[in-house]
Design a protein around this ligand. Structure first.
Ligand SMILES: Nc1nc2c(ncn2[C@@H]2O[C@H](COP(=O)(O)OP(=O)(O)OP(=O)(O)O)[C@@H](O)[C@H]2O)c(=O)[nH]1
Ligand SMILES: [Mg+2]
Length: 259
């Protein structure tokens, strides 16, 4: 079975063609699903061109309106589950902040856990070209989420992750309804509540150089408030005997160091 890479896009014409070329050239033979929310810059046209170049390996899910990154991922994950032909899924941004060359290492991570998180905040990981303010915000947001949730994962807000499809199947999509960073936290934490094991694989995250960011203040507020709501949900789950902070479910940085 080929692993599937799910990529949400909104106006990524400056990136998507190149990204698909790199993904199609990797040693691991990936398929890709692009979930496009009616981009106005011809992103979907470039995906269709890639479909011609790489028959049966590039898929396009076109949605009628921009509904946020979380909703796009939910649609993509549901699509992957419905095909019944994938057992592993990688999620990543289209803007090269996530290096496509790291995707095979994340897939390798699934040999030791149910979710492999590309992590900026374990030994060997890092961030390049972000402003001091942006990095501080990300680090502080992660520390806050870890503290409130009692989870040991160092990079809870990162969006470069590999999943076993069986783990995705166990997620309650009603509980994973945030649109931005909150979505990344929700999916990881709810999966852990279901008993999923986690491995963090170091990655270097680069700020986008092409196209426009869709980040806005509302996404940060949503994530901060969402963490508190998530804490309440976890308490309910813990009362049923499900624990998020169980040492055994989290492996921090194994032998999959960069280089
Ligand atoms: N389908 C879809 N994709 C989206 C939407 N919003 C963002 N994306 C995609 O989600 C990925 C991450 O979005 P970015 O704009 O890079 O957001 P970010 O990485 O949090 O912010 P920056 O670091 O500033 O780039 C990119 O591939 C976007 O094209 C949306 O509403 N719908
Ligand atoms: Mg980005």
């Amino acid at each position: 079975m080929r692993p599937l890479v799910v990529i949400p896009t909104y106006n990524e014409a400056d990136n998507i063609g190149r990204l698909l070329d790199v993904l199609m050239s990797l040693v691991v033979e990936f398929e890709v699903l692009v979930v496009d929310d009616s981009s106005r810059d011809g992103t979907d046209k470039l995906v269709k061109e890639a479909q011609e170049k790489h028959p049966n390996r590039v898929h396009l899910l076109s949605r009628p309106a921009k509904q946020g990154l979380g909703a796009a991922y939910v649609a993509g994950f549901k699509w992957a589950i419905a095909q019944e032909s994938y057992d592993r899924v990688v999620q990543m941004d289209a803007d090269f902040s996530h290096d496509p060359q790291d995707a095979p290492r994340l897939i390798q991570g699934l040999e030791m856990a149910d979710i492999a998180i590309g992590s900026r905040y374990v030994h060997g990981g890092g961030v390049i070209d972000w402003s001091l303010r942006r990095e501080a915000l990300s680090r502080w947001g992660n520390a806050y989420a870890r503290m409130v949730l009692g989870a040991k994962v160092r990079d809870l807000t990162g969006g470069f992750k590999a999943w076993k499809v069986d783990t995705l199947k166990g997620l309650d999509w009603e509980l994973c309804s945030a649109s931005g960073y909150g979505f990344q936290i929700q999916t990881t934490v709810h999966a852990m509540c279901n008993g999923a094991s986690i491995v963090e694989i170091p990655i270097i995250f680069r700020d986008r150089t092409e196209g426009e960011s869709k980040m806005h203040g509302g996404i940060i507020t949503e994530a901060l408030l969402g963490v508190v709501k998530l804490r309440r949900q976890i308490r309910e789950l813990e009362s049923k005997g499900k624990l998020v902070d169980d040492e055994s479910v989290h492996i921090n940085k194994p032998d999959l160091d960069r280089g």
